[in-house]
Design a protein. Structure first.
Length: 350
């Protein structure tokens, strides 16, 4: 489990200490406050800590491996011209970006740094002594099932202008379906998603995804985009990527979804938390936040631990307010605008 992250001079953050809950973490802020940057940074750190066991081929992590792997992952995920572009600048010129990630267990703790002049160099200040157990999952705002055929091989053999989270997720989408004792838990999560989609997700031998509706296979690019996002989530559950202990990072889950489906997404997120997944989402949807709040008060979800993280633009970088309820994060302009519109609509009607 990721407990917290400490940031200094990272993109829009001059200095920030962000604490995470064991289950659900909701990052809220208007555009440009670093929601996606925070998701990608934490995802990249976890990915390197989980993937290294296979890539390095050693039981214990090494500093040399992490220095190379972190630099590569940050560059591939953020796509800056140079790594130093991720370090926050001010009038004094050169600045050093420092990132520390704290885990349970402590053996997975990681700290690294680089400065504004770094091209592709990272200094590891604390090397973990144990690997992260499971690869994290990153869901971008765009669905990926329609670009899946041949995307991974093309990405790895050519220069494509897409961030590497797309490639990582496509690899997980193509994994075999899970079998064994986990199938019952997978079924419990899949049934409501398949009911909402009206069918089951299938992957043919040619690497193309379909939605099987009553025995008839429909090409995935003919399915509504909102349902494709549900299909992507369903596939990751079916392969076991989102079962047992693990991590899910989801950027704007509400994107391109109608309110009815957003209600299902909120319930699915909380069900994933109950199953042992530590979830991180970035959003500025008042509807989704309200739905999560309503559901979290239900008896079945009362044991889900939540943390709300509000990002506020300030004169000296983005400031963080956080707490266990949405009331703890201070006013968010994007949410206030939605509330204000509701008031203006009611006033106009009366």
């Amino acid at each position: 489990m990721l407990k917290s992250v400490s940031l200094e001079n990272f993109t829009v953050f001059k200095q920030a200490q962000v604490t995470f809950a064991s289950d659900l973490n909701v990052i809220i802020g208007e555009n440009g406050t670093g929601k996606t940057h925070l998701l990608k940074l934490v995802y990249s750190s976890l990915y390197v800590g989980a993937k290294g066991n296979k890539e390095q081929g050693a039981t214990n992590p090494t500093k040399a491996h992490f220095q190379t792997a972190i630099a590569h992952k940050l560059h591939a995920v953020f796509r800056p011209d140079e790594l130093g572009r991720l370090a926050r600048r001010d009038r004094r010129g050169r600045q050093r970006c420092e990132v520390s990630c704290f885990f349970t267990p402590d053996e997975q703790n990681l700290a690294f740094s680089f400065n504004t002049t770094s091209k592709s160099e990272v200094t590891v200040d604390q090397t973990p002594s144990a690997w992260v157990e499971k690869l994290p999952v990153f869901l971008p705002t765009r669905e990926l099932l329609t670009i899946y055929p041949g995307f991974v091989s093309l990405y790895e053999t050519t220069h494509l202008p897409f961030e590497e989270t797309w490639r990582d997720t496509c690899i997980l989408l193509g994994a075999p379906l899970a079998r064994g004792p986990r199938e019952q838990r997978i079924k419990q999560l899949l049934v409501p998603l398949e009911e909402a989609m009206g069918g089951k997700v299938e992957l043919d031998q040619a690497g193309r995804f379909y939605l099987n509706v009553a025995g008839v296979s429909m090409e995935m690019h003919l399915v509504a985009e909102g349902l494709r996002k549900l299909a992507m989530l369903a596939r990751l559950i079916a392969t076991g990527s989102l079962i047992d202990k693990g991590f899910l990072f989801w950027d704007e889950p509400e994107s391109n979804l109608n309110p009815k489906v957003i209600k299902l997404i909120a319930r699915t997120i909380l069900n994933l938390c109950r199953s042992g997944i530590q979830v991180f989402i970035a959003s500025h949807s008042l509807f989704l936040l309200r739905e999560l709040d309503i559901l979290s008060q239900a008896e079945e979800f009362k044991m889900v631990n939540s943390q709300f993280i509000g990002l506020h633009p300030g004169e000296d970088g983005v400031e963080v307010q956080q707490g266990s309820t949405i009331d703890d994060i201070g006013p968010i302009d994007a949410l206030q605008e939605e509330l204000s519109q509701s008031d203006r609509y009611l006033d106009a009607e009366t």
